[in-house]
Design a protein around this ligand. Structure first.
Ligand code: NZQ
Ligand code: ZN
Length: 389
């Protein structure tokens, strides 16, 4: 096991009706907030009215910026920075999913910075200060509600980039599983792929002696495999929704990656897809992850066999290690298919025309390699895209 530091400062307020606490929680930090949200689902569900009521009752002055798109855009981040500066707003409340939260985080680090906020995403600068961000989560997926990162797309160049810094942890996240009852099945499924990918990016590691985190990863994956079909069958199944929502946070709040080298190649490969083709991040991962696995499993067949046995119950009395490894990959792909996800680029109408361009971009024209389970060059990434066709 490697040395590590673990600190996750986000206060999680979890359970039924917890959004009613948003006013009193926010009032601990600020009296003026930017309410930041997506394309309108929160207005349709009535959540917007409940959040505004709670904020007003706590005496908070509200400024608003809606319209965050899935795969959130830099231009809206800049608009948010402008608004916050103009009105001396001290706090950003994101109500929604990873897109609204990431956009809020980018605004928060952009406000006190004199240069272009995109500098942080190009590693030209590191955030020194930030406004604080609070969250009311409506979709379990990105894990941004308790993560230290934000992912933004620069629309003129179609670059999708992330920034990671401890300043990006939200100060609180309110998580009521009931708010996820209204999710379209496809969004539930995309969120599932993202959550499982966050676990698997950590699980497939070259680090030895990481038994506890292996078992925690396996338990979190199994919780998803058990509960997602229940939530799809009955969208109002509170207990299934609650398990999924908590799993989504645990998957990405850094706990499962402690003491081990994590991979993240599949995320790098996926971000090029959602940047150029604007598909849901989770759908992209359901396509990329099985292809990545097929390409790299020989690096550590025993680890893939363990994944098959412990997560997918593949019986090791009947198969050798390599067969086990392949059965695990098959099981993951079959699970994605069973919940309505695409698992091939052709399923989302992406052809081979831009694969080379994406493979080059994903590795900064081979300035760096992707991942640690196997270090991937642009050539490897291209082969993975081809396996996913
Ligand atoms: O925009 P609205 O109208 O709110 O609709 C959203 C959106 O269309 C809808 N939705 C959300 N909650 C709903 C709902 N519809 C009905 N009922 C509800 N309760 O779902 C759609 C997707 O929302 P979005 O916020 O885009 O989803 P997600 O949470 O999957 O976020 C995706 C973004 O997060 C980034 C991804 O790259 C992508 O840009 N990620 C962020 C990470 C982080 N910050 O740590 C890590 C991840 O790996 C990921 O890269
Ligand atoms: Zn992700």
């Amino acid at each position: 096991m490697n040395n590590f530091v673990f600190q996750n400062p986000t206060r999680i307020i979890f359970g039924k009706d917890t959004e009613a606490q948003v006013g009193q929680e926010t009032a601990k930090y600020a009296k003026k907030v930017l309410l930041h949200y997506g394309g309108g689902s929160i207005k349709k569900t009535g959540l917007y009215d409940r959040v505004v009521k709670s904020l007003k009752e706590a005496g908070i002055e509200i400024f608003e910026l809606g319209g965050v798109l899935p795969n959130p855009r830099l231009s809206l981040v800049k608009e948010g920075i402008r608004l916050c500066r103009e009105h001396q707003i001290e706090f950003i409340l994101a109500v929604g999913g990873g897109s609204a939260i990431d956009s809020a985080k980018a605004i928060a680090i952009g406000v006190p910075y004199e240069g272009d906020v995109w500098d942080f995403f190009e590693y030209k600068a590191s955030p020194q200060k930030s406004l604080q961000v609070g969250v009311v989560l409506t979709i379990p997926a990105a894990g941004s509600e308790a993560s230290d990162s934000a992912v933004i797309t620069k629309e003129d160049t179609l670059d999708k980039r992330g920034v990671t810094h401890s300043l990006l942890f939200p100060v609180f996240s309110i998580m009521n599983p009931e708010l996820t009852f209204t999710l379209p099945d496809y969004q539930t499924a995309c969120g599932t792929a993202d959550i499982m990918a966050h676990i698997m990016e950590r699980y497939f590691t070259p680090t030895r002696h990481v038994d506890l985190t292996d078992r925690l990863c396996e338990a979190t994956l199994k919780t998803m495999i058990l509960n997602v079909p229940k939530a799809l069958k009955n969208p109002n199944d509170y207990d299934a929704r609650a398990e999924i929502m908590w799993a989504g946070t645990v998957a990405h709040n850094n706990l499962l990656g402690m003491g081990r080298r994590t991979d993240w190649a599949s995320h790098g490969i996926e971000h090029e897809l959602s940047a150029i083709y604007d598909i849901a991040h989770g759908a992209g991962l359901a396509i990329v992850f099985p292809a990545w696995m097929k390409y790299v499993y020989k690096e550590d067949i025993a680890r893939f066999a363990q994944f098959a046995k412990r997560v997918w119950n593949v019986d090791d009395n009947f198969f050798d290690l390599e067969e086990m490894a392949l059965k695990g990959i098959e099981s993951l792909e079959a699970f994605f298919t069973s919940i309505g996800l695409p698992t091939r680029l052709s399923h989302v109408n992406i052809d081979a025309s831009r694969l080379e361009e994406m493979a080059k971009k994903a590795t900064g024209n081979d300035a760096f390699t992707l991942g640690f389970f196997k270090k991937l060059t642009s050539r490897d990434v291209l082969e993975i895209y081809k396996l996913a066709l």
